[in-house]
Design a protein around this ligand. Structure first.
Ligand SMILES: CCCCC[C@H](S)C(=O)N[C@@H](Cc1ccccc1)C(=O)N[C@@H](C)C(=O)O
Ligand SMILES: [Zn+2]
Length: 304
């Protein structure tokens, strides 16, 4: 695309000011980013607390998106650009389809909606109820989580249930940590705004938030598509052990190669171990320290 961008600015969910790539048309500024080397654009819309998607474009008369009601829009737009840049610059992937597809986000979905999701076509964010969550697009790891679901859907296609679903969830959390490097927590910037220091999940200690961190604690349930948000703690712990040992820049190459070359729709945790080992072998050799670090991580969570 690379059309002219009308650089705007905005205030995000946490009250921080950030630059925005916007588009001027007939005297109105749109959250419509044409600056990326992609066929499509990055566009942000609002459902205005309805559940109808995709909703209308987020607009502003003076290119300063600083109204309180625009904070979720600002962060969804800005962080979508950050995640686009990450996949392009770090993994040479051009959007979730690797063909420059438009990245569409809709904020203000429903009322007091304590969640965010990828619906197969776009990202969708709730505002939270102000107690459990504040607007979910306010966290980079949430945006990375959701956009990674799109990448997973176009590559491994991990079925969203039982072990393949927990793996799907874990891949999204893991790339959330690859993007939001400040810690191994997930959702901390938007979870329980009135309570400091907690998070929705922890990769370093899944047990802190009620998740298993070893196969012998796997939860057999039909709830939540077979416990995909619970059992993700096991591959999440393996990811933590891998990242803390090898560093982000090595770990993210192993994970991206496993996701795009070796994992498939019905892959379970054991298949994930094999996929990550195969990727590590391709990248660093089967006798490498990287390879043995991956093997050790999965052995430590009881997946051999
Ligand atoms: C609509 C049904 C729910 C779909 C699940 C989406 S992909 C999901 O996993 N959402 C994340 C949102 C998130 C991500 C990172 C940090 C905080 C919150 C999620 O973990 N949702 C939890 C609350 C859940 O659905 O149990
Ligand atoms: Zn998810």
């Amino acid at each position: 695309y690379n059309a002219v961008n009308d650089a705007g600015s905005g205030v995000g969910v946490l009250g921080d000011t950030k630059p925005l790539n916007t588009y001027l048309s007939s005297g109105t500024y749109y959250l419509y980013d044409t600056t990326k080397a992609m066929t499509g654009v990055i566009e942000t819309r609002t459902a205005a607390n309805s559940t109808s998607l995709p909703g209308n474009y987020s607009v502003d008369p003076d290119n300063n998106f600083n109204a309180t009601s625009q904070r979720a829009d600002v962060d969804a737009h800005y962080y979508a650009g950050v995640v686009y840049d990450y996949f392009k610059n770090t993994h040479n992937r051009n959007s979730f389809d690797n063909r420059g597809a438009t990245i569409r986000s809709t904020v203000h979905y429903s009322r007091n909606y304590n969640n965010a999701f990828w619906n197969g076509a776009q990202m969708v964010y709730g505002d939270g109820d102000g107690t459990t969550f504040r607007a979910l697009s306010g966290a980079l790891d949430v945006v990375a989580h959701e956009l990674t679901h799109a990448v997973t859907e176009r590559t491994a296609g991990l079925e969203y249930q039982y072990q393949s679903g927990a793996l799907n969830e874990s891949i999204s959390d893991t790339f959330g940590v690859f993007l939001d490097k400040k810690n191994y927590l997930i959702g901390e910037d938007v979870y329980t705004p009135n309570k400091a220091g907690d998070a929705l999940r922890s990769l370093s200690d899944p047990g802190l938030y009620g998740q298993p961190d070893h196969m012998n604690k796997y939860v057999n349930t039909t709830a939540d598509n077979g416990g995909v948000h619970t059992n993700s703690g096991i591959p999440n712990k393996a990811a933590y052990l891998t990242i803390s040992k090898l560093g982000t820049s090595v770990a993210e190459k192993i994970y991206y190669r496993a996701l795009t070359v070796y994992l498939s729709p019905k892959s379970n945790f054991k298949d994930a171990r094999s996929a990550l080992l195969a990727a590590a072998a391709d990248l660093y050799g089967s006798g490498s320290t990287q390879y043995s670090a991956v093997a050790s991580a999965w052995t430590q969570v009881g997946v051999n």
